[in-house]
Design a protein around this ligand. Structure first.
Ligand code: ADP
Ligand code: ADP
Length: 217
């Protein structure tokens, strides 16, 4: 069977992580979030984590070469044999080219690129209410609250707010997205892979549209 690779595209706060987890479950794929991988490295105090930290705290992108190398290593692991849902990667045209070359080596390619569209003013509200679990599960104070405030539903651990989800950093991340990542919308549209998804719906409505987009791809 051919491996299935899905690239989630959209601004910070669009719902990529929330939806990537659901797609991965639905299609039995691994969910690979470069943000989660960097945060794991940070927590484990690796050299990569230390390098990434200064960029992440400022809301800047981590340089392409280290990011690409990290993803290459991750995609080479056996659990990716059926494919993956990529969340937060690629974020620059250079990363997209590197991904294409890497997948070509596996005899595979990107199958579909859902682009989750959400207006800027909604993003700040979503990110300022985002609560994370250390295991990477994503909640929202109003839109996707845990059963008990600040407590993870599954393992009972304490939830936290990301340092880079402060409104001023969020605004900078949106600018960085527009300058460096938004060109990927046309990049994938030209390849005929882009499917626009209305990200302003409730979480379940977005999931429904995404499932349809992947099935029809
Ligand atoms: P991204 O990975 O694109 O940055 P997330 O999946 O982390 O986005 O979602 C950002 C925040 O918005 C989270 O707090 C999440 O619970 C919430 N959220 C995600 N999708 C929706 C939605 N369709 N409606 C309302 N809130 C949402
Ligand atoms: P969000 O869920 O809000 O889109 P992420 O968790 O994906 O944010 O990313 C958090 C931070 O990690 C980014 O602001 C950036 O510093 C770094 N990062 C994640 N993915 C990449 C990437 N593909 N290229 C460069 N930096 C990245």
């Amino acid at each position: 069977m051919k491996r299935l690779f899905i690239v989630m595209l959209g601004p910070p706060g669009a719902g990529k992580g929330t939806q990537a987890k659901k797609l991965a479950q639905a299609f039995d794929l691994v969910h690979i979030s470069t943000g989660d991988l960097f945060r794991e490295n940070l927590k484990n105090e690796t050299a990569l984590g230390q390098l990434a930290q200064s960029f992440m705290n400022k809301g800047e992108l981590v340089p392409d070469d280290v990011t690409i190398q990290m993803v290459e290593e991750r995609l080479s692991r056996p659990d990716c044999e059926k494919g993956a849902v990529l969340d937060g990667f690629p974020r620059t045209p250079a990363q997209a080219d590197a991904l294409e070359a890497l997948l070509l080596k596996f005899g595979a390619g990107v199958k579909v690129v859902p682009y989750i569209k959400v207006a800027d003013e909604v993003l700040v509200e979503r990110l300022s209410g985002r609560w994370m679990s250390t295991a990477g599960r994503v909640y929202h104070a109003q839109y996707n609250p845990p059963k008990v405030k600040w407590i993870d539903d599954l393992d009972g651990s304490q939830l936290y707010q990301r340092e880079d989800d402060k409104p001023e950093t969020v605004r900078h991340r949106i600018d960085v997205y527009k300058a460096q990542t938004a060109p990927l919308i046309d990049y994938y549209r030209q390849k005929g892979l882009l499917v626009e998804i209305d990200g302003t719906q409730g979480i379940d409505g977005v999931t429904e549209d995404l499932l349809k987009a992947v099935e029809e791809a």
